[in-house]
Design a protein around this ligand. Sequence first.
Ligand code: KG4
Ligand code: ZN
Length: 365
Amino acid sequence: MTASNDNRELRVLGIETSCDETAAAVVLRRGPASGEILSNLVRSQLDEHAAFGGVVPEIAARAHVEVADVIIKQAMAEAGLGWADLDGVAATAGPGLLGGLLVGLTTAKAIAAARALPLVAVNHLEAHALTVGLSDALEPPYLLLLVSGGHTQLLAVSGVGAYRRLGTTLDDALGEAFDKTAKLLGLPYPGGPEVEIKARQGDETRFDLPRPMVGRAEPHFSFAGLKTALRRRAEALGAVTDQDIADLCASFQRAVCDVMIDRTACAMALYEAAPGGNTERRLVVAGGVAANRALRKGLETLCAERGFTLHVPPAALCTDNGAMIAWAGAERLARGLSDGLDFAARARWPLDPDAAPATGAGVKA
Ligand code: KG4
Ligand code: ZN
């Protein structure tokens, strides 16, 4: 299942509604690791959720219903295509918030049924994992660090549909840790970009925060303790000044980067030591937190030290979008893979169902 020899041109509509972005895109797949984005529309629900400091599932589902058809029509119009020009329809079928997933998947099923098009039920994590094929023309094998609001995983990607999970988080996802830190410090949602901006004015050495899991033999993560430590430091200050906030953000980001570099280095060693060995030393970073410049800089240094090349899709393709869903759909279609109209949305859908369970409070698949 590794490389595809199918050079058929495929035009695929992709629909993404798993979290708080309603997105639709049309992608043209020319051949293996050769694709072009014909349209890519994202309608964020930030305003709807901002007052709650996080995503509210019921509000998300309703907002998806309101805009999905408009966004899809717009994506088709911008691509300059009619339904008859499509070779398939792809929609995120999991993992994610069920209400939202149902909106996108049901819409895709309706289009597929009405136009006799193949349906591809896409795993959101697989879409993040394969995006680099579209953005950087990079085909597996590679080591993937997936860091988003819902997931933090290290995976060996050896082909489309072939993933081996090396590490995952035992509690919060990295983006979630950024968002919770921001909320605690009174910064707006989503917190990642806010914390990064504040951190630029801060002293990263002022607060000595823990580096959870550093040095462990398996590249798992844990961020709950770090978040608690930060809260204690903030509470101990009493009234916090702007400088305190900047220093807390900088110290948090430093701790996070140290953890990520140590855990990724650990995964690199496992990746290279895998049966048969992985001679292609390539690290791909995907998901919303890949936009963080401090993290990227740390990973650049690590990759240079370990002889890996670093590949990060542009920010617009790192955060949730329809193009990555369309591309993953096209990659599956090119290999003769499609799904029945009875495919049910899945709140949980691990990329590597055979991975040994990681143990800890609130473990995520
Ligand atoms: O991949 P994504 O768009 O959605 C999910 O699938 O979760 O990731 C969103 C997450 C949020 O938690 C957001 O705070 C985080 O990515 N994020 C960042 C940055 N930009 C977005 N975290 C740290 N630094 C950033 N610059
Ligand atoms: Zn995502």
